[in-house]
Ligand binder design. Structure first.
Ligand code: GLA
Length: 395
């Protein structure tokens, strides 16, 4: 009898442990993909229910959902400036006349997931004023968001006085866990307190953490953010990603060449891929970039390794990312103002000197055989992105 009870208990423990492990690894086992309105609208009035529903529809009709872009995230300015009589966050009914539950249902009905934003402070970041933040209200706010069907929380960093960051982000982590709903937890702490050192620890278990301040829609800003993020590769792993901020592709401030660099670099750095342009108005060139399945596959590779920079000079940035099938992604990025020939030898890639490769160019979608060294002429601000594997030797 006692032995039977013990056996049952052991069995139960095993089931419990494996379901815990499954829960812990399901969210963001590869970097999250989706849409967030901020880069295209900030707080302007065009950020509203019509837009978000329209974007959800376009994610489906443009084939982007099926490429992996599944989260539809709303950013700051969705709330009223005051909590309601029960102390709950209240939705701004001018922007979202049917409320957030209906919006979440609409998104879920299309096979997508719903994400939202608040701040680990008394107010959110919007200037002037801000909207109520979750500091001191973590349990109540997490419970409300879970009841609305939220699948993703971006948790910002404004208006927190002198309170310790780790403590603030832990409080929300605990509250989210208590809801029992799997909610992807995306820290937006801007890298100020080096979150890559603590945000993945079990007390917080964040799925991603911003490593930089906000991106702007120009090459200089993108380059600066890339440089800050590319050195953090040792901290990224399945379930826990460095986040160099959302994509600007399609917003008009960079050339198509620069946007291809932006997307290539984010992919090889295993960054979250959150589209930041209004998909109801996207131009074909930007859509082609965001839809490139071979580049997306580099970002989403199940091995879950962020690419490592192996060359760092004014006109040559070389990043290498090992992939689950034994091949490697290699980015040759030229940030300078003139064309440059970038050459990488086999030993730099970890191969024997006379190695022959099959090289796939992920932007021209062409393959060829190549004997090391690997070399390409790269225009100013451009990136050549390869997937390489040692060529099959003749039997
Ligand atoms: C901060 C964040 C941005 C955005 C705004 C909203 O600046 O870093 O991504 O969420 O707040 O106010």
């Amino acid at each position: 009898m006692i032995r039977n009870i013990a056996r049952c208990l052991t069995l139960w423990m095993l089931v419990w442990q494996s379901s815990e492990a499954a829960a812990a690894t399901t969210l963001a086992s590869t970097p999250q993909m989706g849409f967030n309105n901020w880069n295209s609208t900030h707080c302007r009035a065009e950020f509203n229910e019509t837009m978000i529903r329209g974007v959800a529809d376009r994610l489906v009709s443009l084939g982007l959902r099926d490429r992996g872009y599944t989260y539809v995230n709303i950013d700051d300015c969705w709330a009223e400036s005051e909590r309601d009589a029960a102390g709950n966050l209240a939705v701004n009914h001018e922007r979202f006349p049917n409320g957030l539950k209906k919006l979440a249902d609409y998104i879920h009905a299309r096979g997508l997931k719903f994400g939202i934003y608040t701040s680990a402070g008394t107010l959110t970041c919007e200037q002037p004023g801000g909207f109520p933040g979750a500091l001191g209200h973590e349990s109540q706010d997490a419970a409300l968001l879970a009841s609305l069907g939220v699948d993703y929380l971006k948790y910002d960093n404004c208006n927190h006085g002198t309170l310790d960051a780790r403590q603030r982000y832990r409080a929300m982590a605990v509250a989210l866990r208590q809801t029992g709903r799997p909610i992807l937890y995306s820290l937006c702490e801007w890298g100020d307190n080096r979150p890559w050192l603590w945000a993945a620890e079990p007390d917080i278990d964040a799925n991603s953490w911003r490593t930089t301040h906000d991106i702007e829609d120009n090459f200089e800003s993108m380059l600066k953010i890339y440089r800050q993020n590319v050195v953090l590769e040792t901290y990224a792993r399945p379930g826990h990603w460095n986040d160099p901020d959302m994509l600007e592709v399609g917003n008009g401030g960079m050339t198509p060449t620069e946007y291809r660099s932006h997307f290539s670099l984010w992919a090889i750095m295993a960054a979250p891929l959150l589209i930041g342009t209004d998909l109801r108005k996207i131009d074909p060139a930007a859509l082609a970039i965001l839809s490139n399945a071979e580049v997306i596959a580099i970002d989403q590779d199940p091995l879950g390794v962020q690419g490592k920079r192996i060359r760092d000079s004014a006109d040559a940035q070389v990043i290498v990312k090992p992939l689950a099938d034994g091949s490697q992604a290699v980015a040759l990025f030229n940030p300078s103002e003139h064309a440059a020939t970038l050459t990488v030898n086999a030993t730099e890639l970890g191969h024997a000197a006379a190695e022959r490769y099959t090289v796939r160019d992920l932007w021209s979608h062409t393959s060829r055989e190549y004997t090391a060294p690997l070399s390409a002429t790269v225009p100013a601000h451009a990136t050549v992105l390869y997937r390489i594997r040692p060529a099959q030797r003749a039997p």
